[in-house]
Design a protein around this ligand. Structure first.
Ligand code: ATP
Ligand code: MG
Length: 249
């Protein structure tokens, strides 16, 4: 089953074409990892999937619904079912870590305060931040900000979680914890995840499917083993991190 599909999408920023006739299926209950060069449009694909951006051509379908047909109110409802762990944390500076994580529950559910407190603490615990609940974002390290953003993205058990570089800049231990957390959430809730990452080791550990974006389109898609065995020299150069090959540097 496909949870979402990007169909023949073209997207420009001004004159620059970022995506060109790009198509990608997101399988339900699976972890799809999106790889590609810096600036290739990976974060843009996540923004398309939660309706933050509209394509210039083509369409984005989630559960059979074309997102461009949703009106403002419907789009807001739709976004509630999607967790977004942003590349750069994006916490509210004036709120404590706990209040940041509680926000999706306070705004979108009728849970009691004690129930929310319990779930927030549980979720912070999963990312190793239980002790940081009452701290302000400015008191956290970069890695902690990332983990708090991650907790906020998953706290309401969304159908689909979009992770933009969840492990970039984190130490190997926390990277491992977060990789396992993504996998566990997928298993427990049959949730679907799309993970943008440069961290090949954690991708290989968690991906059901890997998609590689290059020059506006998906040039490789398959299981980890399939992509590792790709005959495409661009894919091979990328996953081997080689300076030598067809990728323009
Ligand atoms: N709002 C915007 N206005 C203009 N250009 C943009 C905007 N957002 C992104 N871009 C450009 O579009 C391209 C794709 O950006 P995007 O953030 O999707 O890339 P990315 O693959 O996530 O890169 P990275 O790995 O560095 O995070 C980049 O060249 C970026 O400079
Ligand atoms: Mg990005």
């Amino acid at each position: 089953m496909k949870l979402a599909r990007i169909e023949g999408v073209t997207l420009r920023y001004g004159e620059r074409v970022i995506l060109q006739n790009c198509s990608l299926d997101i399988e339900e209950g699976a972890i799809t990892c999106l790889i590609g060069l810096s600036g290739s449009g990976k974060s843009t694909i996540l923004r398309l999937l939660n309706g933050l951006r509209q394509p210039d051509a083509g369409r984005v379908m989630v559960r059979g619904v074309d997102l461009s047909n949703l009106r403002d109110r419907q789009l807001i409802d739709f976004r509630r079912k999607i967790g977004f762990s942003f590349q750069f944390g994006a916490l509210f500076d004036s709120l404590t870590v706990g209040d940041n994580v509680a926000m999706p529950l306070r705004e979108h559910t009728k849970m009691s305060k004690s129930e929310i407190d319990r779930i927030v603490l549980e979720t912070l615990d999963t990312v190793g931040l239980a002790n940081a609940r009452d701290q302000m974002p400015s008191q956290l390290s970069g890695g902690m900000v990332k983990r708090a953003g991650f907790a906020r993205a998953v706290v309401s058990n969304p159908d689909l979680v979009l992770y933009d570089e969840p492990t970039t800049g984190l130490d190997p231990v926390i990277t491992h914890v977060l990789t396992d957390t993504i996998k566990r959430l997928r298993k427990q809730l049959n949730g679907t995840a799309v993970v943008v990452s440069h961290d090949l080791e954690s991708i290989y550990a968690m991906a059901d499917y890997v998609a590689m974006l290059f020059e506006g389109a998906i040039i490789a898609y398959g299981t980890v083993a399939e992509v590792q065995q790709s005959a495409n020299p661009i894919v091979q150069q990328f996953i081997q991190g080689s300076e030598v090959g067809p990728i323009p540097i």
